[in-house]
Design a protein around this ligand. Sequence first.
Ligand code: 9MR
Length: 561
Amino acid sequence: GQRNGGEQIRLNQEGYYPEGPKLAVVTGEHGDEFYLVAADGKKVWEGKLTTARASTYNPKKTSIADFSAFQKPGTYRLVVKGVGESYPFNIRKHVHEAVAKGSIKAFYYIRASTPLTPTYAGKWSRAEGHPDNKVLVHSSAATAQRPAGTIISSPRGWYDAGDYNKYIVNSGITTGTLLSLYEDFPAAMNTATWNIPESGNTTPDLLDEVLWNVRWMLTMQDPNDGGVYHKCTNASFDKMEMPDKAVALRYAVQKSTAAALDFAAVMAQAARVYKEFPKQWPGLSDSCLTAAKQAWTWAQKNPAQLYEQNAINASFEPKISTGAYGDRDVKDEFIWAAIELFLTTGETSYYNTAAILPDDKMPLPSWAQVRLLGYYSLLRLSNTLTGAAKTDAEKIKSALLKTADALLVGVNERAYPSVMGQSAKDFIWGSSAVAANEGILLLQAYAVTKDKKYVDNALSNLDYLLGRNATGYSFMTGFGSKTPMHPHHRPSEADGIAEPIPGMLAGGPNPSMQDKCNYASAIPDEAYVDDVCSFASNEIAINWNAPFVYLAFAVEALENT
Ligand code: 9MR
């Protein structure tokens, strides 16, 4: 048959659940029929393509193939006459198990301060990078106890993204999202395992992986005052080299309110989660809680210490040009930290310090907007609440459902029938994380309603991320037929191996194209290029991978029970 249809037939390149919705998109207008062929080439199902559509921000029409009614497990291709055959895909139970595990395994591949051995990393094994046992306190962070140039030790953690720096703000949402996956799906996460050095021990792989970063985060707190350095970084970005070759000096740069509060929230949540393993991790929970409280106290005394890199560079040396994560509004960080500390300690003083519910807005989580992480925790533990927190949780529940329902508007009327892409505004730097975080929001709506439509719609964004989109790429390296081969990721570029490290989610379409690389299209949902040059559409990052990990594991848990 003609196998050239893959470019024009966009579907979830991993596949579909037998009883779940199954849609594919064919670019262009087609009135004809489509059919499915099995691996032996035999036709097993046929259907009619439905009316062509266009999205408000993309005039190109598409046709939709709905084969939800076909439920027989197997490997298939979708065929459209005059177009060709799609890439192969599966219909089966656990169809996202491999990509879920792959996406969390990626966090092992990006661990700092450890060699990756062939047993766990296969052909991507590599030497240790960044021991970070001699990090200099930057002049912007100098105190009497720790003057500029003081050496601190800040090992472990995950590299943030395509670069080798470690940023507390972005670690905050990432680590919180992964801890929430554990709290929301403990049974599934207690047994899931994916060949990391800790896989043979008696604790869940997820919590072992998260601990790699929690232990780094703990080193970023100044024990003298409880403040938390904003980042552990080079002065400027490394060239495209392997981590062991990247030996520029590392600095702990200015303490910030956002860093302290994100840190406090994560440590309070970690205290709750790791408390369940007192034998395996004696004292860990207590250490996390103490650290959380000290960071909170620092933030109360320093409520407006924003991270402004230009201002820092105007006064301090050396100048720092790496990622800023310069959040200008820390109200949401106060909310998140207050809620996590309250939930872990039961002390209402935390809850009463911040304006927990300033309005009924439910802003989608991002590194700069963490309000919902707190709200999700409140809802998760709502049966433990009394008083104001209980009343607030009820209000949050209805506001969240309103937001979830608003996300469902128009899904089936647009060219690519996913929740992602309701408007051009979805396509920002790291748009893949918009899709993943929308999916999580819908799953939170499912958790409080048990209405299956929220799971199906969350799944629509997994379909989007894995290939049913206007670029035709599965944005997850190594999973699918057409996946990023040249992510903006230093080890993947420098290791001499053709395939990038698997399990990493590319940032995705971003019509702002800040990197000025050679994009084929500037249309919002098409503005993506698989080129190492493209840090604005083809980088990877921990805060994009984490919501994918959550979404894929959660959908797996919910579809298979
Ligand atoms: O994800 C961040 C995005 O929201 C910002 O618009 C962008 C520019 O400030 O920075 C992104 O974060 C990058 C960080 O600053 C440095 N490491 C790589 C991150 C992903 O591109």
